[in-house]
Design a protein around this ligand. Structure first.
Ligand code: 9MR
Length: 559
């Protein structure tokens, strides 16, 4: 076992809906009975362990305990005589509501440029840092209007991850995923209260939180030509200190095609959504659309400007060594931005010269691969075949991709889509699980076939404990959760508990940080160590699909 202190019974440590699949995985080669018991050890349900068809990635035989037939709300443990007790869990309606809300509240804790008072942040209250009202134009970003060393104001936004920098590419998919959560589940999301400073205005809290980042993103566009700076950053990663202790100068660096198209996509989507709040946010929807169109124009003129940090550092000082988010294939970014602009404006002209189907791959979204974000948008905005002939094929592909994902899942050891293949375990693997969940939810929304939802829920189970490490990967939610995430405020604030609601990157045998993980088996390659940024960092683009998945499932179980 990767971690001998983890309980050998692996299950969602939060719990289960009364009427839904309920499954635990028992690391044992013995068949036999299992028991659901109350906390006072009264048996309320007895079932038979069933050997999983395939061994786990470590080659061990495991058992599955299915107690879907048990539906009575309460607080329980699962007992296997030869193995012992599980962590406690609940069976109840809305069982994921707290973790779902916390995964959005996490963005409040990630806010740059503002103090977090105790009233909203509890024991994690802190001083503000990185006001970013005086940000230097890096020589790589200079032009006639904005000379090297001149300054712009670029406040607000969310810190990217364990570091204090703000990257447009990663902000793009993150902000869009949260906007989509609202766009896809508006009725439920209007009820989600986060106790943030804006909670008493008339805008749903999730959108208020998005606005904190959107307003920063708007400042990252060069008004002269519409291009968007790749990132706002320190020259180098700073120490593990609180935000207000970091005095490093901040820079915006060169514009790039990926950043500019991701920006265009988010602004087009934001325009569509904030149009619903003309009185609360006068002019915002129009500003967003103008910004999107200007960015689109820049990208058409500059279709291949990759962000190559090493090349940049050969030419300019100071050298920039923070996260690169470098990408040099923009086919997917063009598809995404064009799709959002089509959905918002109704004009299919944006698709001129865009190969919407590109190749026949259907990659699960990541910061560098955003094609499906475009497809989701076209589908949910009911774009017709008449407007875009490829729509038939796009819908078909979404369903066949979801079908491929779920085929054979019940035979793998943990019985989740995530644990089907070792290829799913790279840097930020938890976000792969969550984004797979989103794809399945899109397939469910399109087909109304509930099987997709069951597997989306199983991937949430994966994130919350039914996995090869025995951890619930969300800080503060579950019994065994990360206590030492690679996250500067959590490390430096003097509070024992890390900032809550943060999803760590999770199992990754790559060890790019040089910290030895206790097991190299792909789904066990995890360590709760502050230095282990390749397995135990947190990041906004990982939290967003968790927020989508958990809140979508909460919304859907009420429907
Ligand atoms: O999530 C990113 C991952 O896909 C890359 O492989 C890795 C190395 O480039 O960078 C990750 O992103 C990090 C970013 O560069 C800086 N902030 C922290 C991010 C999460 O580790």
């Amino acid at each position: 076992q990767s971690d001998t202190t983890s309980k050998p019974i692996r299950l969602n440590q939060i719990g289960f809906y009364p009427v839904a699949v309920k499954r635990a995985i028992v690391l044992s080669d013995k068949e036999g009975d299992f028991f659901i018991q109350t906390i006072q050890r009264q048996t309320v349900f007895t079932g038979k362990l069933k050997t999983s068809l395939k061994p786990n990635f470590a080659g061990h035989v495991v058992q599955s305990a299915d107690f879907s037939a048990f539906t009575k709300p309460g607080r329980y443990i699962l007992y296997v005589p030869s193995v012992g007790y599980s962590y406690p869990f609940e069976v109840k309606a809305s069982v994921h509501k707290a973790v779902a809300s916390a995964s959005i509240k996490a963005y409040y804790f990630m806010r740059s440029g503002t103090p977090l008072p105790e009233k909203y942040a509890g024991k994690w209250h802190r001083a503000g840092g990185h006001p970013d009202t005086v940000v230097l134009i890096h020589p790589s970003a200079a032009n006639e209007g904005r000379k090297a060393g001149s300054v712009i104001s670029s406040p607000k936004g969310w810190y990217d991850a364990g570091d204090y920098n703000k990257y447009i590419v990663n902000s793009g998919i993150t902000t869009s995923t949260l906007l989509s959560l609202y766009e896809d589940f508006p009725v439920y999301m209007k009820t989600v209260k986060l106790n943030i400073p804006e909670s008493n205005n008339r805008i749903p809290d999730v959108l208020d939180e998005v606005l904190w980042n959107l307003r920063w993103m708007l400042t990252m566009q060069d008004p002269a030509d519409g291009g968007v700076y790749h990132k706002l950053t320190n020259a180098a990663f700073d120490k593990f200190e609180m935000p207000d202790k970091d005095p490093s100068p901040r820079y915006v660096v060169q514009k790039g095609t990926a950043a500019t198209l991701d920006f265009a996509a988010v602004m087009a989507q934001a325009s569509r959504i904030f149009k619903q709040y003309p009185h609360e946010l006068p002019g915002l929807a129009d500003s967003c659309l103008t910004a999107a169109q200007k960015a689109w124009g820049w990208a058409l003129k500059n279709p291949e400007v990759a962000y190559r940090q090493d090349e940049m550092n050969k030419k300019f000082e100071p050298k920039i060594t923070t996260g690169a988010y470098g990408d040099n294939n923009f086919t997917d970014e063009f598809i995404w931005a064009a799709s959002e602009l089509v959905a918002t404006t109704g004009s299919v002209d944006y698709l001129k010269n865009i190969s919407l189907l590109a190749d026949n791959r259907m990659p699960v979204p990541t910061w560098s691969q955003v094609r499906l974000l475009g497809y989701y948008t076209l589908i949910k905005n009911d774009i017709t075949e008449k407007a875009i002939p490829e729509m038939t094929e796009i819908r078909k592909r979404l369903i066949s991709t979801a079908d491929d994902m779920i085929s054979g899942v019940d035979s793998n050891a943990y019985q989740t889509v995530m644990t089907k293949s070792v290829r799913h375990f790279g840097w930020g693997s938890t976000s792969e699980a969550a984004n797979e969940g989103i794809l399945l939810i899109q397939a469910y929304k399109l087909s109304h076939n509930k099987k997709y939802l069951d597997y989306a829920l199983a991937n949430l189970d994966y994130l919350l404990g039914r996995n090869g490490t025995g951890y619930s990967f969300v800080t503060g939610y579950g019994t065994k959760t990360p206590m030492h995430p690679h996250h500067r405020p959590s490390a430096a604030d003097g509070v024992v508990d890390p900032v809550p609601g943060l999803l760590v990157g999770g199992s990754n045998p790559g060890m790019q940080d040089g910290i030895k993980v206790p097991s190299k088996v792909p789904d066990e390659a995890y360590i709760d160590d502050e230095r282990a940024y390749a397995a135990n960092e947190i990041a906004i683009n990982w939290n967003a699909p968790l927020a989508y998945l958990a809140n979508a499932i909460e919304a859907l179980q009420l429907e």
